[in-house]
Design a binder for this molecule. Structure first.
Ligand SMILES: C[S@@+](CC[C@H](N)C(=O)[O-])C[C@H]1O[C@@H](n2cnc3c(N)ncnc32)[C@H](O)[C@@H]1O
Length: 255
């Protein structure tokens, strides 16, 4: 989808400066390993929803031994950049990245052993429809393992979240809401693990990184872009440290 680009090239640059080449969300390869901890991916076929710039897909294939990773995302600049990163990593035969329209997944029933996603479902408004699709494309007994940015509960959480996203469109749910949507879609053994305490520490390190690379970033994308974005980043830090933003790991098993 090219009509509404939320991740243009200069935003990708900024996110890579904070989270590392190939990552548009916190924690890098270590957090990817944590999301799929205790799931044997060796030779498995994995779908990655919202591949971004392919850092997670590369971790799944190269470090965790997934046989085939198929990724879907909706923005052309990301697809182009991710393909270049995968090619440079020499993994284009094991990582197949597809630019798709939002909506039904373009795969047959029972196509995947594992469906993975990192911090992308926040952008998808109809989570019930998404999880019905995830269940459809998973093999019986297959696993959904994801991380997503969820919201805390109550008016303080809402206030904290209001200025956090900048230009991004977010549709946030709470952990109990997400668990219910997964169960309603037919998933078994649904669970969630709150990562707020972890990210509340990491977000401080991210602000320090940004201060360190500030001059370089300004040279690359301009002060008029970097300065307002730093304000957004500070809002995000407040949201996570105040408990409004709760990165969360989600799991469910297809019956
Ligand atoms: C915060 S980024 C995370 C990217 C990557 N998973 C990572 O952790 O580096 C969110 C991603 O979700 C993608 N996205 C948004 N709507 C989507 C949809 N309907 N289907 C698939 N991906 C979507 C965005 O284009 C973006 O790549």
């Amino acid at each position: 989808m090219t009509s509404d680009i939320q991740y243009p090239d200069n935003f990708i640059e900024r996110l890579h400066a904070v989270w590392g080449e190939g990552f548009l969300s916190p924690g890098g390869a270590e957090e990817v390993r944590e999301i799929v901890r205790d799931i044997d991916l060796a030779q498995k076929t994995v779908l990655d929803i919202g591949f971004g710039t392919a850092g997670p897909a590369i971790t799944l294939a190269r470090e965790l031994g997934a046989g085939q990773v198929v990724g879907v995302d909706v923005e052309e600049p990301l697809h182009r950049r991710a393909k270049a990163i995968v090619d440079a990593a020499g993994l284009s035969e094991r990582i197949d990245l597809r630019l798709v329209e939002p909506g039904p997944l373009p795969f047959g029933d029972a196509s995947f052993d594992v469906v993975f996603s990192k911090d992308s479902i926040i952008h998808i408004p109809d989570k019930g429809a998404l999880f019905a699709e995830v269940r459809r494309v998973l093999k019986p007994g297959g696993t959904f393992a994801a991380s997503d940015w969820l919201s805390g509960e109550g008016p303080d959480a809402e206030a904290a979240l209001r200025h956090m996203g900048g230009h991004l469109h977010f549709e946030m749910a709470t952990a109990p809401q997400m668990e219910k949507i997964l169960r309603d879609a037919g998933f078994k053994s649904v669970s969630s693990v709150d990562r707020n305490a972890w990210y509340a520490i990491v977000v401080d390190e991210e602000l320090r990184t940004l201060e360190r690379v500030y001059d370089d970033l300004v040279a690359r994308v301009g002060k008029e872009v970097v300065d307002p974005w730093l304000q957004v980043r500070r809002g995000l830090a407040r949201a996570v440290q105040g408990g409004g933003l709760r990165p969360t790991h989600l799991r469910g098993t297809s019956p």
